[in-house]
Design a protein around this ligand. Sequence first.
Ligand SMILES: [Zn+2]
Length: 250
Amino acid sequence: MGRTSIDWCVERVGSSARLKAAFTSRYGGVSSSPYDSWNSAFHVGDNPSDVQANRNLLDVELGTSPAWMNQIHGSNVAWASPGQTFDDTDGLIIDLDRIGEDKAAACVMVADCIPLVLLSTDKPRAAVVHVGRAGFMLNIAAQAVAELDSELIAVVGPSICGSCYEVSEELRAQAAEIAEEAASVTSWGTPAIDIRAGLVRQLQDAGVEQIQRVDRCTYEDENYFSYRRACGQGDGRTGRFLGIALVERV
Ligand SMILES: [Zn+2]
């Protein structure tokens, strides 16, 4: 078993709060293969008691119970309450002023889609957003940015890269209509989508100037769960890793 700890890749201390973004790897939890080992998703066929144990480990690491989403590849963005799970939601905003807490966190679960974390630089407010192909096509990022109504740092987490995300010619053309940067080619020469490049364009168009990218490809890097890789190796069963936003009073 690997270590259970969270590497906070971005931290910003504002006037009233410290805001942090992190992405977990697949290691550090208790789940067995093919969910080994820090799978946080109940919906993927893993033993529920293992998933709960993994979520309990996360609560200890965070010092709070985060808010969760039952994601549907849609564009609904909700204002989160700690410890609750939000159905039919692909973006969660936490705001300490609104919930009256000194600390709160929210998680997005992924295995190739982009975990996007948005940190406010002037309010005790942050968001996690699930940006897969559908989320990109629906521009859920712009919706989250608008709801946050704040100066932001965007942190674009590990996801399948534009050289690995093979799609049909038709889907590539649809993506290019949303943002031409998203049209790509796989390393083996077939049509692909670069969701990250498309998302960065959407964030820029939404007025976000500070954008950080974690350019790790989940399909290539076995430190992360990858649905595409799991499909290539078997029946697609695999876990989900996390993008996390944490906000605490200073
Ligand atoms: Zn790749």
